[in-house]
Design a binder for this molecule. Structure first.
Ligand SMILES: NC(=O)c1ccc[n+]([C@@H]2O[C@H](COP(=O)([O-])OP(=O)(O)OC[C@H]3O[C@@H](n4cnc5c(N)ncnc54)[C@H](OP(=O)(O)O)[C@@H]3O)[C@@H](O)[C@H]2O)c1
Length: 274
């Protein structure tokens, strides 16, 4: 918003400059007007911040959750009260077919899909020798298979300037502590998926990128946990990230401005890899 005092003091040329700046700012706002977005795991944490950011940028957003119906409803109520278009659908990543059904339903009700964000994820911490096939199946179903499924559905149904963005982890690149082998392995799979899919979909004008967060303060990894100080000790900026730090990168990658960025693996980790 232009401040009248500033206009009077700065004179005519500066008034013009300020007006141009204001217009320029507007052109970067609501960049997702008329776009339809689908976000997995949007009820809490990083996914919820992504839902909020995409809605604020002007997209109509549908997100999934598995158990947190109340949190999903609260997020919708909050965003709808501000005039944003948001819907939620219960779809468990462990159930093959659930994500496809949700995406197909979205495409038939909204008329298309422009942005897919794979954020839902699960973390199991335990010594490797205690892992079971049940743990393996859960990690792979939620962190890998559901993402493959969402990408399969989206690649068939998405518009030509579509955007696919997945949330991986800094632990795909550097595993700084024991007890998270299966999780790290599952997140590493997203690197190959992202690079391969960028090649497969590039000629269709669909970009595919992976955002790898470091330690972000959510229920999955609270900044007050007994492991938090160790994590801080590994960072150049010794603080946990906020979900909004990840959401703002997703917001950029979802926008028309990012059309030349694809197959990229982007670390947002307070310098954990510096
Ligand atoms: N926090 C970190 O430090 C950090 C670091 C690196 C990467 N990440 C990644 O960032 C993503 C979001 O993590 P977060 O920290 O925001 O976690 P979170 O607070 O635990 O939230 C997880 C989200 O995923 C959903 N989800 C979990 N299991 C699901 C399933 N089987 N089917 C459908 N949805 C499911 C949850 O839905 P419900 O609410 O219904 O359970 C929730 O919306 C994950 O992929 C995670 O691996 C997090």
């Amino acid at each position: 918003m232009l401040v009248p005092d500033k206009i009077v003091r700065t004179g005519k040329c500066s008034v013009l400059k300020l007006a141009l700046q204001a217009n320029k700012k507007d052109s970067f706002m609501n960049t997702l007007e008329n776009k339809t977005a689908f976000v997995t795991g949007g009820s809490r944490g990083i996914g919820a911040a992504i839902v909020r950011a995409l809605a604020e940028d002007g997209a109509s957003v549908t997100f999934t959750y598995s158990n947190s119906a109340e949190q999903a409803e609260a997020l919708i109520a909050n965003l709808e009260s501000k005039g944003y278009r948001v819907k939620a659908v219960q779809a468990d990543n462990r159930q093959r077919g659930a994500i496809t059904a949700a995406i197909e339903e979205l495409v038939s009700s909204e008329g298309g899909l422009d942005i897919l964000v794979n954020s839902a994820g699960t973390f199991i911490v335990k010594p490797f020798e205690e892992h079971t096939w049940e743990d393996y199946d859960r990690i792979m179903a939620v962190n890998v298979e559901a993402i493959v499924e969402a990408c399969m559905a989206a690649s068939k149904l998405m518009s030509t300037s579509g955007r696919i963005i997945s949330i991986g982890s800094s632990m795909a690149k550097r595993v700084s502590a024991p007890m998270s082998t299966l999780y790290s392995m599952s997140k590493s799979a997203l690197v190959g998926l992202t690079k391969g899919l960028a090649r497969d979909l590039g000629t269709k004008g669909i970009t595919v990128n992976l955002v790898q967060p470091g330690s972000v303060n959510t229920e999955m990894n609270p900044e007050t946990s007994p492991f938090a100080d160790f994590q801080r000790s590994l960072m150049a900026i010794p603080q946990f990230g906020k979900p909004e730090h990840i959401a703002s990168m997703v917001s950029y990658l979802a926008s028309p401005q990012s059309s030349y960025t694809t197959g990229s693996i982007i670390d947002i980790d307070g310098g954990y890899h510096a």
